[in-house]
Design a protein around this ligand. Sequence first.
Ligand SMILES: *Cc1c(COP(=O)(O)O)cnc(C)c1O
Length: 367
Amino acid sequence: MMLTEEKIYLKGFRSWAEISRERLIKNVKTIHNHVNKHIFAVVKADAYGHGALKVSEILQDIPYVKYLCVATAEEGKELREKGINKDILVLGGILKDEVKCFKDYRLVPVVSDFEQLKIVRENDIPKIHIKIDTGMHRLGFLPEEVEDLIQKISGLKIEGVMSHFPSADTDPDLTNKQIKDFEKIVKIFRSYGVDPDYIHLQNSAGLMYECSYCNAVRIGISIYGEKPSDSFNIPVKTVMSVKSKIITVKKIKKGQTISYGGRFKADRDMKIGVVAFGYADGLSRELSNRGYFLINDRKVQIVGTITMDMTMVDLTDIEGVKPMDTVTIVGKDNKNEIYFDDIAKMCNTIPYEIMCRISKRVRRVVV
Ligand SMILES: *Cc1c(COP(=O)(O)O)cnc(C)c1O
């Protein structure tokens, strides 16, 4: 099986990300039990850095996962070429030069404006989802365009009607208004005899709202085990852990500096570990002199500027660390755990970005 083969392969890799099949499946199942709606699993951006092919292979066999969602036709094409058979929804819409790709690879576009509607009509795209802009102000038909839109979709298969929340994590007033506004729009479609199979609005943060007229949810971050908001109360668990290795351990003297720019100066004799993980692996340089890793269940402080391929840590008070020892960049090491959110907070961003930043050099392994 792939698992053992990959575990053997792993031996030659300096840095890798372990993707827990069990946790991924469990998260989707837990969310499905909670909302009891069809699941559209969002696997855009290489499944938020988890590896879109591997995640799709695991999720496509779950019967209540109805769609895999990608951002671009190119992402959909890649999944099809590697044997994914599930329906694929392209959230980012359809551009003129992508028509062939949509047709060749059986991709379903989210249509967001009249230009795209024309493209879909002229090229006999068999089914589409329609996006309504209820407040995100990025993609989607405006509510006042809906009546006109309905006149122009006769004969097309409208499989879904959707909208999107910009601030389900922070703005309940806007979110509740969107839920009401979108319901009115769905009713307008129905009053003209348009009865889509899927009505979908909620993203992960949106799962904390009632949305009884919707029958599907588009979820990304929560299936990967990260909470989209502080109030999120579905018990999901982190799917990806990121690991690396110690390359070498060395001593430096009081007064000497570490790494580019000499931004760390030793105030005592120190023992330094060099870790095979740098900004090219996805570790933000902002964590220089600030972040930490786990080694042998101990927190070890990053010292000096993070370099492209390596990062130095303070091992002065830790015994026995040697080359090849495992370093946890994200995830659990016995009692301690570093979450994507911990790193996101230190970098003044969101866990989504930290996940997406883990680079291609970091080998993904399903465990
Ligand atoms: C990325 C995306 C989602 C998933 O959002 P999460 O917060 O990760 O659950 C849902 N809908 C659209 C339109 C998206 O672009």
